[in-house]
Design a protein around this ligand. Sequence first.
Ligand code: GAL
Length: 727
Amino acid sequence: MNYPISRLVQVFLCILLLPTVAYTQHVEWDEIAPGIWKGIVGVPEEFDLLVASGATLRLEGLKKMEKSDFPFNTEEIAASVEGGKTFLRFPLAIQEQIYGFGLQFKTVHQRGQILQLHVDHYGGRDDGRTHAPVPFYVSSNGYGVFVNSARYIDVYAGSAVRKNSKNAPRALDRNTDKNWTSRPYSDAVEMLIPAPGIEVYVFAGPTPLDAVRRFNLFNGGGPIPPRWGLGFTQRVHKLYTAEEVLQEASDFEEKGYPLDFIGLEPGWQSKSYPNTFVWDAGRFPKPKEFIRELKEKGVRINLWINPYPSPESPIYKPILPYTSSHTVWAGVVPDFTLDTAQRVFWGHFEKEHLDIGVSGYKIDEVDGFDRYLWPDVAQFPSGISAEQMRQTYGLLVQRQSDSLYRKRNERTYGLVRASNAGATSFPYVIYNDYYNHEDFITALINSGFSGLLWTPEARASQTGEEWLRRMQTVVFSPMAMVNAWSSGTKPWSFEEVAEEVRQLALLRMRMMPYWYSEFAKYHFEGTPPFRAMDLEEGFHTGGEQRSTLADDEVDLEVNPYAEAVKKEVKDQYMAGEYLLIAPIFTGQTSRQVILPLGNWYDFYTGLYVGNGEVITIVPELGLTPVFVKDGGVIPMMEPRLHAPAKGESVNLEIRHYGEKPAVYQLYDDDGESFDYELGHYSWREIRVEYQKNGELKGSISKAEKGKPNSVGNVVWRFMTVKNYGEN
Ligand code: GAL
């Protein structure tokens, strides 16, 4: 595509159309898929988030969802193009809360926030500059809105007040009126997009989780990682040699810690920052043999990169004409929208890495900071602006590296530091350099609103307690990772908690059948495997007194629940269909947990813990507090050190919690290839029912003929209802 010429046409069109589109107040909404509407304002740019990501609808999943009406009164949506910029306004109702806008670290409730969505390394403030500033929000009233633009978008998320607002705040006297507030009530989300037009999409519910599901399916559904991707991963010190890496793999094995892949940091290359992308002959004299030897130990290799070739890289010269005007650490910046740049760059990776068995990448520094990334004045040969490139570079590298693996019919699972809307289907998990444990959990919660995956990686710790607390959340996240690139920390480095950490890592492995099925639901149904309590049914309505008392009458002594659910809840989250995780942070000896309506049970004992209330728990040091919904089914396997390989079968222990009978869909496929896209997968139905004698009995549907089957023997454990003679 020749961007400069099409640009000219666009500008011309804009000049022609401007007088007519300015002050437009009405947007036409076209239902493009069940419960998803597209509106066009002005003249959208050719290059946007969906073009960059290439996201395609997962229509089958959407068709299975309930039909739903357009969630707004169309008259209340306002849009216009003025001075080459697009203005948008969507209404908000009193009491409505909104969530999303990507990977925020401190806030879950976005109403009242002012953000400039701008891809950047997170700098400690939720101002929109973050690794994945996704222009999508979801409402507690059960709908979502997505602006498909690769520009820096200003968002007033319920913080700007129009004089003609239906619910305009009254002028109050600050001198005397205690109701005066510096943040008056706003009834709209308003956005300013520096582009002469945009595509905007509206997603129906009816619940907020349904709106998130539709958004995810619209973007292709979540990835199904290879099974090994859900195992344990250690990133080793940046200057490790092949010998040291092999020794590390042996240490894991000997000490009984699981390990599925090892990440090599910048020192695998002859030079880094800028990078040669060539193996260092001293540290890795025989990369092919090294990778083979490691694979024989059941361990794969993931390579760190940032995508800026050094003048000493063999790809420097051929890629030079296809790079930006500015450099990053004296490396060049490939224009990844151009075919030739893609061919030169990824072609080298294919030959030098994939062909010798590299299983994935960690793609670093595609986000910021400004002080080293290309500036907004940079120019790219395609004519795509530096700003658009900044907003989409993470998408481009995810898409292009994933496609290398797709071509080989091999799944990958890697890491990336920048992303945006359209990335839902990419097998990449976001991480960063910031290191606040509490905020890492908020990020994990927020990732689930925006079609993203996040890892609260453990890097180093002051104390054994901190190490253990961090590891406790690592194992309940999309990627169970220690990133020791600088610290050299091992899972067993803190002797006093080494055994607890080992047990946690083994628990991660035991739960693999559950994690795998929950990721398959992300793929086929759009349900995020890790998500906020706000998306959980019964969360906002629990607490017995809530329905009978007005807000100001609630006695918090009697019912702290009512207050608790109104506050931001950013220290507990849902993992898969049934589990509620309540992390403990260093120094805490007890904590409160807000349980949604319905009976909840302790994961370890099966004992009843509460229903629609706030409980206080005093956890043991070694255990992450985890609670299971009534009727919860958790399929587990034996504690192994490596994920099951293609064709291997594993024995299952299927646990049932609570008193309700249950039905659970267990997903199965070969665990490594894309054959599932051709129908080579199965859902096995697990049922737990009461028999005439009052005992529970479990059953699992037969494996389908000709479909992959990894299930060996099955034993049942009824964690709450004790059956006579239970095995
Ligand atoms: C950082 C990255 C770290 C580590 C390091 C290596 O930018 O966030 O995880 O990979 O680079 O230089």
